[in-house]
Design a protein. Structure first.
Length: 127
């Protein structure tokens, strides 16, 4: 029984170390990417809004706080990095959000080979 406890604790510590290492690697990569690119804040304002991913019946917000862009859902709030002048990238889930030329009310949403258009909607009243 004592050996089982020791092995369980050892396994939990190993998992915690691996997860921490992955988190640190992600943070390091994000910092390197954000330092290497100059941000054109004029285009960033075009992304801000509430959007609906119709196929999944899912709503997300793109906001700007303290000079950084975030994608906010009911489950998470993740930083968006500037991939190019017209594209924001969410590193953790591999989501790209791209401005569509001539359409102010939609973004091109790409994730793991899946591509669709998300439409701007009016924000729902918060309860």
């Amino acid at each position: 029984m004592k050996t089982l406890k020791s092995l369980t604790i050892l396994a939990l510590l190993l998992v915690q170390t691996v997860v921490f290492g992955q988190t640190k690697n992600t943070e390091t990569i994000q910092k390197k990417e954000s330092k290497s690119k100059k941000i054109n804040t004029k285009n960033l304002k075009k992304f801000i809004g509430t959007y609906e991913l119709t196929e999944a019946n899912f709503t997300l917000d793109i906001i700007q706080e303290e000079g950084k862009m975030y994608i906010v859902t009911e489950f998470s709030k993740d930083e968006l990095l500037l991939k190019d002048e017209n594209t924001l990238h969410e590193f953790t889930r591999g989501v790209d959000l791209q401005l569509i030329e001539g359409n102010k009310n939609a973004l091109k949403f790409t994730q793991n080979g899946y591509e669709t258009t998300i439409e701007r909607v009016k924000p729902k009243a918060k309860k």
